[in-house]
Design a protein around this ligand. Structure first.
Ligand code: GLP
Length: 242
């Protein structure tokens, strides 16, 4: 059963999630965070940076695993998720860069990148709290409709709507990579706590399907219903179809 929290706005959601993460880090200074990219978690990262700047939490031992990465962007490309996670999470929070991993989207190493990532998560003792956004198509991470609910980290092809949504970050829509490497739905379900965030009416349908629809591979977000500890935090607009 998912717990559903409807908040006033993204800022309130960010404060709420940041509060949970701060308590987690106080209990477990080497906590393992599951990090999402996209605009949805930004308020959480901002609130968390504010709490950390107050100075009473030591985050040097905090570890992190990003959900996904594009395949084939040159190292250091500003829109690679490695760059995004560095810019939006590692630097503002003051995390130790070596302790934050992103799947390896280098085509030369892609054959073993999924298995390596899974092994690294297991070696870290698993993810304590996984932050999730949701795509218009219902994807979580880059697990598009049709992804197996048992899937592990692997290469996937991006759908046309997802490439179109992400085109805003690139000079031309053609520059959006065709492939990605993403934690699987099975990987995500192994995290100890899932926090699914969504804001705005464009997400209302995906949220209704995730929270109240049948659990099905055609709505990857619905997999959160299989998890014993899921918190869904949405604003009124994203809750409109519930
Ligand atoms: C991207 C990411 C997802 C993210 C989603 C929603 O494609 N791979 O992890 O949840 O799209 O993005 P946004 O939060 O910007 O709406």
């Amino acid at each position: 059963m998912a717990e559903l929290v409807i908040v006033e706005d993204e800022r309130a959601a960010g404060e709420l999630v940041a509060g949970s993460i701060v308590s987690l880090i106080r209990r477990k200074p080497d906590a393992v965070l599951g990090l999402a990219t996209g605009s949805t978690p930004l308020a959480t990262y901002r609130a968390l940076a504010g709490r950390i700047a107050e100075g009473s939490i030591d985050v040097r031992g905090v570890r992190g695993f990003a959900l996904d990465e594009y395949v084939g962007l040159p190292a250091g490309h500003p829109e690679s998720y490695r760059s995004v996670i560095t810019r939006e999470v590692v630097e503002p929070l003051g995390l130790t860069p070596e302790l934050v991993r992103v799947p390896n989207g280098d085509p030369e190493q892609i054959q073993h990148a999924g298995a390596d990532y899974e092994a690294a998560i297991v070696a870290a003792g698993g993810i304590d709290i996984q932050i999730l956004g949701i795509g218009r198509t219902g994807h979580i991470g880059f697990n598009e409709p049709g992804s197996s609910l048992a899937s592990l980290t692997r290469v996937k092809t991006l759908t046309a709507p997802t490439r179109a949504d992400n085109a805003r970050f690139f000079d031309s829509p053609d520059d959006v990579p065709m492939h990605c490497i993403t934690q699987g739905i099975g990987t995500i379900l192994r995290a100890r706590h899932l926090v699914l965030l969504a804001f705005g009416e464009a997400k209302a349908e995906a949220i209704a399907a995730a929270v109240e629809g049948p659990v099905t591979a055609s709505q990857p977000g619905s997999a959160v219903q299989l998890h014993p500890h899921t918190t869904v935090i949405v604003d009124e607009a994203a809750a409109a179809r519930l």
